[in-house]
Design a binder for this molecule. Structure first.
Ligand SMILES: NC(=O)c1ccc[n+]([C@@H]2O[C@H](COP(=O)([O-])OP(=O)(O)OC[C@H]3O[C@@H](n4cnc5c(N)ncnc54)[C@H](OP(=O)(O)O)[C@@H]3O)[C@@H](O)[C@H]2O)c1
Length: 253
């Protein structure tokens, strides 16, 4: 349960190797989060981060193996973590792949990998999560979506469509949970400097994982359902969304 000041006591992270996730968890442990479960694609790579969190004051930090592309394992993994640790205040869905757009336009396996991890992986994690949170009667699912899902662009529509799908699913899930005590917070990120975007030319309004973590923690504190990072992206995307297709297609984006 959150404490009397509304601070998050416990968090379960899917995709714990994510730079944005790690900045967020670090921030939360600094404000009294004491139980942290890190479900990671490469658990060994999270060992040093787990030690860091213990040093910052987290009482329980566990790292478990997680593959977003193995949906048949997700329900059992979620159940095992709730059975072992009791309630979670926050479940953070942070995994994702950008994929290679050119390759995905020619190779069906490459395109499907992006869809399986980003879209189907989110569904197979979020459904059992929502069920456990419903049962406990409180908690927030926080999911890292993208402005790329707001309107599919020629240059990255494979990734963008997978994010559109996960974003729509989570919004609907949030609506289905009204009155249960459980919330879903969708975080629509613009360009953030992380491992995922390393070597890429920064997009306008590019930001840092630190700033993204600030926005996520602030969103949690105010009970937000949608968070845009940075905030101005909301207005930029609103404009782009309504451009006639023939104009949108010609933009260098
Ligand atoms: N950075 C941006 O500009 C940006 C913008 C919009 C949205 N986002 C979203 O924000 C989220 C976090 O991304 P990030 O920027 O923090 O990048 P990141 O550091 O590359 O994090 C992505 C994480 O997803 C994990 N992952 C990939 N495939 C997985 C699988 N099959 N099973 C489990 N985990 C898997 C990666 O694990 P391994 O590296 O160990 O494989 C990595 O830890 C992603 O959903 C991304 O789409 C990012």
């Amino acid at each position: 349960m959150r404490d009397a000041l509304g601070n998050v006591s416990s968090i379960l992270v899917f995709g714990a190797g994510s730079d944005i996730a790690q900045h967020t968890v670090r921030r939360l442990v600094g404000t009294r989060t004491r139980t942290v479960v890190l479900a990671a694609h490469h658990p060994d790579a999270c060992a040093a981060f787990a030690d860091e969190l213990r040093g910052l004051g987290a009482a329980t930090v566990e790292v478990v193996a997680f593959d977003a592309d193995a949906p048949e394992t997700h329900e059992a993994l979620v159940a095992a973590q709730f059975d072992a640790h009791g309630d979670f205040d926050v479940a953070l869905i942070a995994f994702g792949v950008l994929g290679d757009q050119d390759e995905a336009e020619r190779d069906v396996d490459a395109a499907l990998h992006v869809a399986r991890v980003n879209y189907l992986g989110t569904i197979s994690v979020a459904v059992p999560l929502a069920q456990r949170l419903r049962t406990q009667g409180h908690g927030t699912i926080v999911a890292l979506s993208s402005v790329a899902g707001e309107r599919a662009r020629r240059s990255n529509f494979v990734y963008g469509s997978s994010k559109a799908g996960m974003d729509a699913f989570l919004q609907g899930l949030g609506d289905s949970l009204v009155g249960s005590g459980v919330k879903v917070m969708v975080v629509r990120l613009g360009f953030v400097h992380t491992k995922m975007t390393e070597g890429m030319e920064a997009a306008p309004l590019a930001t840092t994982p630190d700033a993204a973590a600030d926005a996520i923690v602030a969103g949690l504190a105010r009970g937000a359902e949608t968070v845009w990072v940075p905030t101005a992206m909301r207005f930029v995307m609103s404009g782009l969304r309504h451009l006639p297709r023939a104009v949108f297609r010609r933009l260098p984006i």
